[in-house]
Design a protein around this ligand. Structure first.
Ligand SMILES: [Fe+2]
Ligand SMILES: [Fe+2]
Length: 197
């Protein structure tokens, strides 16, 4: 991962061939990612509501939401730059499958958010490297943006994990250990498509 520490010890590596499959339809990939960034901003605001008694959480999550909204705008702008259209949101089977397994309220919501950010980080890194060798990779700034996203989502995973630990103590690590195995099962069962998950 470009020499920086992965945000969570995910228990499976996405094969490099995944990025080529995801890039089969880059317009669909970017469209899906725009929807993901918007949902990530909404998730952060929703979490802030649940953690409004923790001043540190309010500030961290407001900043996080701001970053996601910034990503959302820039992915929309990239679609325009490439001359592509935002396609309809077909939903995110990965996030939906994780949420189906949740049973511990806010603790699980925080840990799922951390896992989604961490897996996004891993896959954005793969995409950045695969996109760089495409015949028409687009403007240089686009690859720099993908790299920025990769690093940013790593930071977001750490924010969600640290907030879970602050609010739930040792139970957060125990539950994360359980979630890391579930995440491998969920991501491994999903077909590859032109989307980050
Ligand atoms: Fe983002
Ligand atoms: Fe994020």
């Amino acid at each position: 991962m470009n020499g920086f520490k992965p945000p969570l010890p995910l228990r499976s590596d996405t094969p490099a061939a995944w990025a080529d499959a995801a890039l089969a339809d880059p317009e669909a990939l970017l469209s899906d990612h725009a929807h993901c960034e918007k949902k990530a901003a909404l998730t952060a605001l929703n979490m802030a509501q649940h953690l409004s008694d923790m001043p540190r959480a309010s500030v961290l999550l407001a900043r996080l939401a701001e970053e996601e909204l910034n990503h959302y705008r820039r992915v929309l702008e990239a679609l325009q730059t490439f001359g592509w259209k935002l396609r309809p949101d077909h939903g995110n089977a990965y996030a939906q499958a994780l949420h189906k397994l949740a049973s511990k309220g806010l603790l699980d919501q925080l840990l799922i958010a951390a896992l989604i950010e961490a897996r996004s980080c891993e896959r954005l890194g793969l995409l950045e490297r695969a996109w760089a060798v495409q015949p028409a990779p687009g403007p240089k700034s686009w690859l720099a943006f993908l790299l920025e996203l990769e690093h940013c989502e790593a930071g977001h995973a750490q924010v969600y994990r640290s907030l879970a630990e602050e609010r739930f103590g040792a139970a957060a690590a125990t539950r994360m250990d359980w979630w890391l195995d579930r995440e491998v099962e969920v991501i491994g069962a999903l077909p590859w498509r032109s989307a980050v998950h």
